[in-house]
Design a protein around this ligand. Sequence first.
Ligand code: TTP
Ligand code: MN
Ligand code: MN
Ligand code: MN
Length: 388
Amino acid sequence: SDVSSTSSVTHVSQYACQRKSTLDNKNKIFTDTLELLAENCEFDENAGSFVAYSRATSVLKSLPYPITGMNDLEGLPCIGDQTRVIIEELLEEGVCSKVESLLCDEKYKARKLFTSVFGVGVKTADKWYGLGFRTLEEIKARKDITFTKMQKAGFLYYEDILQAVKKSEAEAVIQIIGDIVGQCAPDAKVTLTGGFRRGKEVGHDVDLLITCLEEGNEEGVLHKAISKLDRHGLLLFCDVVEATMEKRQLPSRKYDAMDHFQKCFLILKLDKRLVNKRDYGLASGSAVRLTDKRTEDENKTMIKGWKAIRVDLVIVPSQQFAYALLGWSGSRQFERDLRRYCSQEKRMLLDNHGLYDKNTQEFLKAETEEEIFAHLGLEYIEPQERNA
Ligand code: TTP
Ligand code: MN
Ligand code: MN
Ligand code: MN
C-alpha cells in the first residue's frame, strides 16, 4: 500500500467503480472546467486528453472536501500535468484561460450549438461549420441541405428537448410506458435507469429497460408498444434499432461500446396535465410570482399544453437484466472504469450483456447488480454513488 501511516488522507482508487461519487460535488468549479476541456477533446477526437481530463474530473467529484490548494492534490490518482496546470490557474486566477478562449472560439461554439440538435453528431456539425454556417437559423433556412429523419425531429422539437427533463416528467413517462407495455405483455416490467436512477433531479432524456419475467415474452413488445403510443397520438419521433446479438459472443474489449439490445430512441408528446403540477409552478402560492419563475420556454410548454420528451427504451431478456441495468445506469465514466477494472485487474470482460471470465473461460450469471459487484470482488456501489 502507498498510504503512509502519518497521512490522514485515505487512498483514492484510480477506478471510479472503487469510489463513491454522489451528486454533492465539492469541486464543481474545477470539474465544470475540466469537463468542458474534455468535451472539446472529444470533439477533436483527441482520445488521450479526453481520457485524462475525464478521469481527473471524476476523481475530483469523489472527494468529500473541496480542493483549496495544490497540496490537496498529493496522492490523488489520474491528476496529470495537463490537469494540474488548470487547477493551479483556477486556484490563483479564478478562471481558466483555455476555457475563456474556447467559449469565444467559433468552431467550439458551432460544434456545441449544432450537436445540441437531436441527431446531429460532431461529423455533421463539422460539415456545417465547414460550409460556413454559424447559427441554426442559417441551416434551417437552406433548402439544399438534406436532413435525416432524426435531425428533422431534432429541429422541430428543438426548444422542448433543449429544456431539461424534470423528475416529475420522467415519472409521468414511466407511468405511460408502464401502462402501455403492460397491455403488450402481462409479465412485462419497466425499470428506470440512466441519470434519474442515480438520483438526478433533471436529465436530457428518460432511460427505461423493458423485461419480461418469462424469457422470450419480451419479443414483439417493442413494436406493439410503439404502435399503441402512435395510436394514442403520443409518438412524435421513433427510431427502432433491432437486436444484433450473436449467441455466445464475447463482451467487447472497448470501454465505450454500445450494446446489442433491441431498442428505440423516441420523442414522446407528454401532456402537461399528466405531470405533477408543482414543477410548472401551479400548485401553491401567488400565481403571479410563480409565473415569473418560469422560463420563456416553460411558458410556451404551458400554452401549447404538452412537451416533447426524449425517451430511450431498451428490450432486455431477463437473463441479462442485471448486466443491462448496471450498464445503462451510468455514469459514462463509471461504466468505462468498471470495464477497465475488469480487464486490467481481473482478466474479465464486462459489457451490458454479461461478464466473461478469461481465467475460467466461462460467463458468470447474475440476477442482481450486487451479484455482479461480488463476481468482481468489488464493494457494492449504490446508483446514487455512481455519479462519477
Ligand atoms: P445517457 O442517457 O446518455 O446519460 P445519463 O442518463 O447518464 O444522463 P442524462 O441525464 O444526460 O440523460 O446514457 C445512459 C447510459 O446508457 C450511459 O451510461 C451509457 C448507456 N448506453 C448504453 O449502455 N448503450 C447504448 O446503446 C446507449 C445509447 C447508452
Ligand atoms: Mn439519460
Ligand atoms: Mn447524456
Ligand atoms: Mn439515454
